[in-house]
Design a binder for this molecule. Structure first.
Ligand SMILES: *Cc1c(COP(=O)(O)O)cnc(C)c1O
Length: 491
């Protein structure tokens, strides 16, 4: 290469900053109008074939420019949402996001810091947010925590600390096969799949997670749990952890966390709570009783992108013992040595010592700004509002002769089905599945489904700050309408 070739240096910055600024203004205008009018559009629509095909283009070699990329977004992406920002989306457990949350994501991306470590303000923002999370969950300030992608990762972090801390040997050095006794965990059959995934990833084997039956309210059967633990001790295994549910994904059930905490204390076991959304009940005085005992947990996993309505992704893992937390993850290579007093390399608290990721994004900013925007009490009121809406929906279902409710409603999840005279469960399952699909395709509402005791249930999980009572009236009348139409077509 000739020396003069080096002078043609490039960058990814715009050549015309004013044009980029104008484009940014337009994006903000467009997106605010989009959010403002979200109620006027269908919740969801089938994705057109052309759009799917359009997403199979070859790798662009030459520039198309920012304007063109944005036009493409407006044409091919923005009109085809998942629907979870809509007031009548109640599928799975997915939050809605907020306008300021979206803007905060933009600010975070513009600053683009790496929260793996080093001395810069973003790490202190995350530290602040984690302190707020401890306060919300009733932990003392000396506890430890980490913002993560969501509940699945928070469960993995919590259970990793549980495994490494409770191991009777140097697990990090020797690995799981060196265990003198097989390590066993316990959770109810209603425990979320991400817990099993975590147990598998931890090398303990899916069988190490004992699935304990539930009572009629879908809460862990405690006498049975005690029996399983005693049997496992007697068989020479090592029961080391109980996973308590604060809000199960199927029905929103709460295990008796207080009793689980007592058992763990008595048996020297780790107590982990999966409170993906239910843990946030701690924010309303009216619901706090449900999470009684959660503050005794050794670790808590919960989401901020579900029932705090933050943009996806953000969840939180809290660990009561900072030392246990750090010991499970810290591994400092020479090129990452830290703890100095001066310069960018200072800062003794590097978040990369507390989790799996080294490079970490600034997800803390949207949380910090949103909580400042509204104050935590408003979040508590919205959570209660969703719970009251669930109770309202349950009453609507109960008073409608064509509908049958399939589970208690302890929190924000309602499971029900359309009933038709003379149909067995198999036929009803097919019918209700068709009702759900037509409900989605019509764009009117988007609940999801689950199966309870072999019965297909239409399931509305309400973690939506945009829903209003009329939205539930519409859901019920539409399910009844579709059910009647479909049974008539059959005759
Ligand atoms: C959603 C959920 C999870 C997983 O959280 P993600 O944020 O989706 O990773 C875990 N447990 C329960 C009870 C959940 O509802």
């Amino acid at each position: 290469m000739k020396p003069e070739d080096d002078t043609n240096e490039e960058s990814l910055d715009p050549q015309d900053w004013n044009a980029m600024r104008a484009l940014g203004h337009r994006m903000v205008d467009d997106i605010m109008s989009y959010l403002e009018t979200v109620r006027d559009r269908p919740v969801w629509q089938p994705l057109p074939r052309q759009v799917k095909e359009y997403m199979q283009q070859p790798l662009p070699r030459q520039p198309q420019g920012a304007e063109s990329a944005y036009r493409d977004f407006l044409k091919n992406i923005l009109p085809h949402p998942m629907g979870n920002i809509h007031p009548r989306f109640w599928g799975w457990v997915i939050g809605t996001g907020t306008p300021l949350g979206a803007l905060a994501e933009m600010l975070a991306a513009a600053m683009n810091p790496n929260l793996g470590g080093a001395e810069h303000v973003a790490n202190h923002v995350e530290g602040q947010v984690i302190d707020w999370c401890k306060e919300m969950m009733g932990y003392t300030n000396d506890a430890s925590g980490l913002l993560v992608s969501g509940g699945s990762m928070a469960n993995l972090v919590g259970l990793t600390v549980a495994r490494n801390t409770k191991a009777e040997f140097d697990l990090r050095r020797q690995g799981v096969p060196a265990a003198p006794r097989k390590m066993i965990l316990y959770g109810s059959v209603e425990t979320h799949s991400s817990v099993q995934k975590a147990v598998e990833l931890l090398g303990l084997g899916g069988d190490a997670l004992r699935m304990v039956p539930v009572n009629s309210k879908y809460e862990i059967d405690i006498p049975c749990l005690k029996k399983f633990i005693a049997e496992d001790f007697a068989a020479g295994y090592y029961p080391f952890c109980i996973i308590g549910n604060a809000g199960t994904v199927n029905t929103g059930a709460f295990d008796n966390l207080s009793e689980l905490a007592d058992i763990c204390e008595r048996e020297g076991m780790w107590f982990h709570v999966d409170g993906a959304f239910g843990a946030l009940a701690a924010l309303c005085p009216e619901l706090m009783e449900l999470v009684h005992g959660m503050d005794k947990a050794d670790s808590i996993a919960f989401d901020l992108h579900k029932w705090l309505y933050m943009p996806i992704e953000v969840g939180c893992a809290l660990v009561r013992s900072e030392e246990d937390h750090r010991r499970a993850f810290s591994l400092t290579a020479d090129y990452l040595a830290h703890g100095g007093k001066r310069g960018l390399i200072a800062g003794s608290h590097w978040f990369s010592d507390y989790g799996i990721q080294l490079s970490r994004g600034f997800r803390a900013l949207k949380v910090w700004m949103s909580i400042k925007e509204h104050g935590i009490e408003k979040y508590g009121r919205l959570i209660l509002q969703n719970v009251r809406q669930a109770n309202y929906l349950a009453r609507l279902v109960d008073s409608e002769p064509d509908l049958e409710r399939l589970a208690p409603v302890p929190l924000n999840i309602v499971c029900f089905r359309f009933m038709a005279e003379g149909m067995n469960d198999d036929a009803l399952n097919q019918l209700n599945q068709e009702i759900l699909i037509q409900l989605h395709e019509s764009g009117i509402a988007a609940p999801s489904y689950t199966t309870l005791n072999g019965k297909y249930a239409i399931r509305a999980a309400i973690t939506n700050h945009r829903s209003q009572r009329d939205d539930f009236n519409l859901l019920v009348s539409e399910v009844v309408h579709l059910g009647k139409k479909l049974t008539k077509e059959k005759d």
